[in-house]
Design a protein around this ligand. Structure first.
Ligand SMILES: NC(=O)c1ccc[n+]([C@@H]2O[C@H](COP(=O)([O-])OP(=O)(O)OC[C@H]3O[C@@H](n4cnc5c(N)ncnc54)[C@H](O)[C@@H]3O)[C@@H](O)[C@H]2O)c1
Length: 335
């Protein structure tokens, strides 16, 4: 088991700011003993020797916000909400791992956002070995992590009377089981880091859905997996609080401008137009207008809407186990 997350924790603890640790073959300017006592006035960058290993320790320039400079990981970051979130986090001065089944897409997104502030990972979040390897890669590249966005998800809509069980299970694996796997392996990394940084709070945020708060007609596989996600969020929050990890969900409404809805060939707007799901609709624009009219604020959710909720959750030190709706008023919490 690598000790790097514990070493990063010692820096977080002493300096009170996010840092990145990279293995380097260079002359050390500081040597840490087994107690990992980091001088609070240490100026960065520094080259630090710990036992047999040497690390370059860097810190991003201080941004204005609490979230600035954090090391984040976004699953499903190659496109859609994930890509928007990754972009927004980079703009906030974060270092972002973009982790996706579509490795080429993740790499292209990293090139677009800046190779020095991003790192692509090819991962299948529904596969435990793949997720464990992702956690190892994170520790190797930055030494640790501050923020996990569990965003990868799929929709397999269909009537309960007709849907095949394989589609139901695929939806459950990627939307529900994967959140368990991501929390298990990245949560373990965050917990090791916390051993030496007892006052440093970290975050795991699931991108859930309004369909995790209210049922969705002929879309039970999706809504069920998302409702289940809220149960995991609440339960993991109760358990992981002792490791300084907050666990919350963001529940967006429909992202009408994203590829899921607007892809000209396979998007839901085209599908609904062709299947006649919206009575009287003759164009994609008619279908879009029909769905926008369901939202009190008369538009779909955008990436920046979700990013603002993420910033709120990270910067709000006194909240865990919550589901934050971002739906333009379409879904309201009730108790
Ligand atoms: N689009 C919407 O209207 C909407 C609304 C509410 C919530 N959401 C949620 O937001 C999240 C993102 O949705 P989106 O619309 O941006 O999706 P999208 O289909 O545009 O992108 C999903 C990304 O996840 C990746 N992915 C899929 N399976 C994966 C796996 N097994 N391992 C790793 N990566 C995988 C895909 O390659 C893709 O890059 C999902 O959890 C979804 O349920 C979406």
């Amino acid at each position: 088991m690598s000790n790097t997350a514990r070493i990063r924790g010692a820096f977080l603890n002493a300096l009170g700011r996010p840092v990145i640790l990279r293995r380097r073959d260079a002359e050390p300017t500081l040597e840490l003993g087994p107690d990992l006592a980091v001088p609070a006035d240490l100026s960065l960058p520094a080259v630090v020797r710990v036992g047999e290993e040497t690390f370059e320790v860097t810190a991003p320039s201080r941004g204005e916000r609490e979230i600035s400079g954090r090391v984040a990981l976004v699953t499903g970051g190659a496109q859609g909400f994930g890509a928007e979130i990754a972009k927004g986090l980079v703009e906030q001065g974060c270092f972002v791992f973009i982790a996706d089944l579509n490795g080429e897409g993740a790499a292209a997104k990293c090139d677009e956002l800046g190779a020095e502030v991003t790192h692509p990972i090819t991962v299948d979040v529904a596969d435990e070995e793949s997720v464990a390897a992702m956690a190892d890669e994170v520790e190797r590249v930055t030494g640790g992590l501050d923020l996990v966005i569990s965003n990868a998800g799929i929709v397999r809509a269909g009537s309960v009377l007709e849907q095949d069980v394989a589609s139901f299970k695929l939806s459950t694996d990627i939307n529900y089981v994967a959140f368990f796997l991501v929390t298990k392996h990245l949560g373990a990394l965050l917990a090791r880091q916390h051993e030496t940084a007892p006052n440093w709070l970290t975050d795991i945020i699931q991108i859930n859905s309004k369909s995790g708060l209210v049922g969705s007609n002929k879309n039970g596989a999706y809504a069920g997996s998302k409702f289940g996600g809220i149960g995991l969020v609440q339960s993991f929050a109760l358990e992981l609080v002792e490791h300084g990890i907050k666990v919350n969900a963001v529940c967006p409404g429909n992202f009408y401008d994203g590829p899921l809805w607007s892809d000209p060939d396979r998007g839901l707007f085209v599908q609904y137009l062709n299947s006649g799901k919206v009575p009287g609709a003759r164009t994609v624009a008619d279908v879009k207008a029909f769905y926008e009219a369901k939202v009190p604020m008369r538009r779909g959710t955008t990436g920046i809407d979700v990013l603002r909720a993420i910033c709120y959750i990270v910067e709000q030190a006194y909240e865990t186990g919550q589901a934050v709706p971002v739906t333009g008023g379409q879904v309201m919490l009730s108790s």
